[in-house]
Design a protein around this ligand. Structure first.
Ligand SMILES: C[S@@+](CC[C@H](N)C(=O)[O-])C[C@H]1O[C@@H](n2cnc3c(N)ncnc32)[C@H](O)[C@@H]1O
Length: 250
């Protein structure tokens, strides 16, 4: 899997690529990340990558030509029969979610374009961008944080990256958890500032612990994301035991 990132700030990616457990995915080449700066493909002494917006108004716009040259260099380097999709991070795009990340985690990768300033010249988007992805209904200063969110979420789904192979299956939104939210977690000490760990977790009884975790997932999902619970119900993923629990006061 290979991701080519077009960014004016490649240095922002260093902490992601060298820290934490997902570092294994990048360093081992499981998720091959290559950084491309459009400034290296810009003309003139100043290597300009942006200019003022036609029609006036504040802010600069990323020039189409350096982006086109960068993309051409990436395409030549990848040398693929079927060109990898070009993804632009933008508030216009579909919001990133578990299903999209799961699909990307099984893909061959993509070229990711991180916008800056007011955004990218629309003619480049019209001609070359295949898909737009948003991180949510708010505005970032640039697409780099969105690209890092995608890379991180994809990397942790790669086999062998997490210490415990099955652990991501027990994370929120995962089909193995029926699309529900994860249950709460506790660690030592058993009593902290007068607050004890739920006794079910200390029982040593595997089935009781599993049931408690399931009920906590149901409770948290009902409280915080009722639409996910409704979806799980509509898809027949709730058991009769689940429904009995949900009828109680949560
Ligand atoms: C300051 S923003 C531009 C915002 C744009 N003028 C607008 O109002 O939609 C600069 C860049 O940050 C990135 N960006 C901003 N918000 C984003 C979001 N919610 N999701 C993904 N990328 C985002 C995009 O690449 C965008 O081109």
């Amino acid at each position: 899997m290979r991701f080519d990132i077009i960014t004016l700030f490649p240095e922002l990616f260093a902490p992601l690529l060298t820290s934490g457990i997902t570092r294994r995915a990048y360093e081992g080449g499981l998720v091959d990340v290559r950084l491309w700066n459009p400034r290296d493909h810009a003309e003139g002494n100043y290597r300009r990558v942006d200019d003022r917006s036609f029609g006036g108004g504040p802010g600069m716009v990323m020039l189409a030509e350096p982006l086109f040259k960068t993309l051409s260099a990436i395409r030549a380097d990848r040398n693929e029969a079927e060109p990898a999709p070009l993804v632009l991070f933008s508030p216009i795009g579909q919001a990133l979610n578990h299903n999209a990340v799961a699909t990307w985690s099984q893909s061959a990768g993509a070229v990711l374009l991180c916008g800056r300033y007011e955004g990218v010249d629309q003619r480049f988007i019209d001609q070359h961008v295949d898909q737009q992805i948003s991180l949510g209904d708010f505005v970032l200063s640039g697409g780099e944080i969105a690209a890092m969110a995608l890379l991180d979420a994809v990397a942790r789904l790669q086999p062998g990256v997490l210490n415990d192979e099955g652990s991501h299956q027990l994370d929120s939104f995962n089909p193995a958890l029926d699309g529900l939210l994860d249950s709460p977690h506790y660690t030592r000490p058993e009593v902290w500032q007068g607050h004890a760990v739920p006794p079910e977790l200390m029982s040593g009884h595997h089935a009781h612990i599993e049931r408690w975790r399931r009920e906590q997932s149901l409770r948290l999902t009902a409280l915080h994301r009722p639409e996910l619970l409704a979806q799980a119900r509509a898809e027949g993923r709730l058991t009769r035991q689940d429904e009995t629990f949900l009828q109680k006061k949560l």
